[in-house]
Design a protein around this ligand. Structure first.
Ligand code: PFF
Length: 457
């Protein structure tokens, strides 16, 4: 690709830039908001164990496969599939990713908005002196208001669009580099405080001693979905990001680092939250309010609590933004690559569409709260369909495509920079992508959409 062309499409300037951008996409609300609450609702340690197996056995190989497709084609998902296999319908894997991006942003932007509003609540509402009950009530009153969630949702979309105008290089790379280390340090401080609270031992047990009797098919479906969601897989994000990366980048190393950082941050969030949940008298099954009610209470037990609370929600807000822009980039790159629209036009139209798509989610806790589908509010439905159905579907297509259409050899050739990067793990990678990943994802996927259940009955 000529230098000019590279510049037009955007590219990561530095090696570390790509690592941070990919980690910036992976690390977000999924680690700090979703992971603890889903783990809490699905039994704790047993869930976490299955989650870790999913990450190592499926997540990492699928990420490698996505990287190889993206960098080889220098295209976003749909166009990439079309380029490698022009007359077969593999591009459906990319289409489902664009749909997943719309569904995901519908609720992601709302939660990012909660985070933004908690930055201000930390400064002005004295969160750190509130009792657990008061914190719970505050959260409920926030999400059941109509205008405030919509206002913050709009703010998230507008800020994301402003960052995205700058393109990959200026926007995504710069932000991710500053944020991650700061967030990591603050989580370590929170873990230290949580662990030294009286009564925190129950929380550690909850995280470390698996109760296998609590594992159900649903637990496995949820752990799978969480692994895809957290690693940003199955949406086309990693294909798109890898399309901006240089040929000399060591992709296996990047994938390993991103996976390790993402998993590390999720576990840290778990250790920051559950010891405090038990020590301070919260419920581990508190659902989507968990982070917003438990952590301010922990900050209340620290000197300079309000300051740290503000800082935490600020960093979480930025972590959410670096993920949100990666989700939006899937849609924008689709317009740029497939319809040859300019970047500005693509960003603006994507922003407007996503603002509208988020409205029913914002209203699903108030005006629309009595409208449910399969027992889920619109917000929960978007989350379930994206995380547990569309992302695993996207992952399945990646694995089948590399395993049976494009070819494991070509993927390994790309991953090894034409044989320069050596690793004994490439063989294992090929085996997993061809046999293990498709079989497992298919099983869990059929379960998630209820087909296996029907057959068993
Ligand atoms: N991985 C992000 C998080 O954990 O918050 C969310 C996400 C981003 C999911 C990009 C999927 C995706 F393609």
């Amino acid at each position: 690709m000529s230098k000019n062309n590279l510049q037009k499409r955007g590219a990561f300037v530095s090696r570390i830039g790509f690592i941070f951008a990919a980690a910036g996409s992976a690390i977000g609300l999924g680690n700090i908001w979703r992971f603890p609450y889903i783990a809490g609702e699905n039994g704790g340690a047993a869930f976490i164990l299955i989650y870790l197996v999913c990450i190592a056995l499926i997540g990492l190989p699928v990420m490698l496969a996505a990287f190889s497709i993206g960098r080889n084609t220098k295209k976003s998902a749909i166009t990439a599939y079309k380029k490698l296999s022009p007359d077969k319908p593999w591009f459906i894997g990319g289409v489902s990713g664009v749909v997943a991006a719309i569904f995901t942003m519908s609720f992601y932007s709302i939660v990012a908005g909660w985070t933004f509003s908690y930055i201000f609540k930390s400064i002005f509402a004295n969160l750190t002196v509130m009792s657990p009950d008061q914190l719970g009530n505050l959260f409920v009153s926030h999400i059941s208001g109509v205008w405030s969630p919509i206002f913050w949702h709009l703010a998230v979309i507008v800020i994301s669009c402003l960052i995205l105008f700058g393109g990959v290089k200026e926007g995504i790379e710069k932000w991710s580099k500053i944020l991650m280390p700061a967030l990591f340090i603050l989580l370590v401080v929170l873990v230290a405080r949580g662990l030294t609270l009286e009564g925190s031992w129950e929380g550690i047990k909850f995280l470390l001693y698996p109760d296998f009797t609590k594992i159900t098919v649903e637990t496995i479906v949820m752990a799978f979905g969480q692994a895809f969601f957290s690693l940003s897989l199955g949406m086309g994000t990693m294909i798109t990001y890898a399309s901006y990366v240089s040929k000399s980048e060591n992709l296996p190393k990047t994938a390993l680092m991103v996976t390790a950082m993402d998993t590390g941050i999720a576990l840290l969030a778990g250790f920051a939250i559950f010891p405090a949940v038990f020590a301070l008298g919260f419920e581990p099954t508190g659902g989507s309010s968990l982070v917003f009610s438990v952590l301010p209470a922990v900050f209340g037990q620290m000197p300079l609590g309000s300051f740290f609370s503000t800082l935490f929600f600020l960093l979480l807000g930025i972590a959410a933004l670096t993920s949100a822009i990666s989700i939006m980039e899937v849609i924008i790159a689709y317009f740029v690559d497939e319809h040859h629209w300019g970047r500005k036009k693509s960003v603006i139209l994507t922003g407007i569409a996503l603002f509208l798509a988020g409205l029913p989610s914002a209203l699903s806790m108030n005006v629309l709260k009595d409208y449910t589908w399969f027992g889920k509010t619109f917000f929960d439905l978007m989350d379930y369909m994206a995380s547990n159905i569309l992302l695993p579907f996207g992952g399945l297509v990646i694995a089948l495509f590399v395993g049976y259409q494009w070819g494991v050899d070509k993927s390994i050739d790309e991953l090894s920079n034409g044989g320069t990067v050596k690793s004994s793990l490439f063989k294992t990678y090929g085996f997993i992508i061809k046999y293990v990943a498709p079989a497992l994802i298919l099983l869990v996927f059929l379960n998630a959409i209820g087909i296996l259940n029907m057959l068993w009955k």
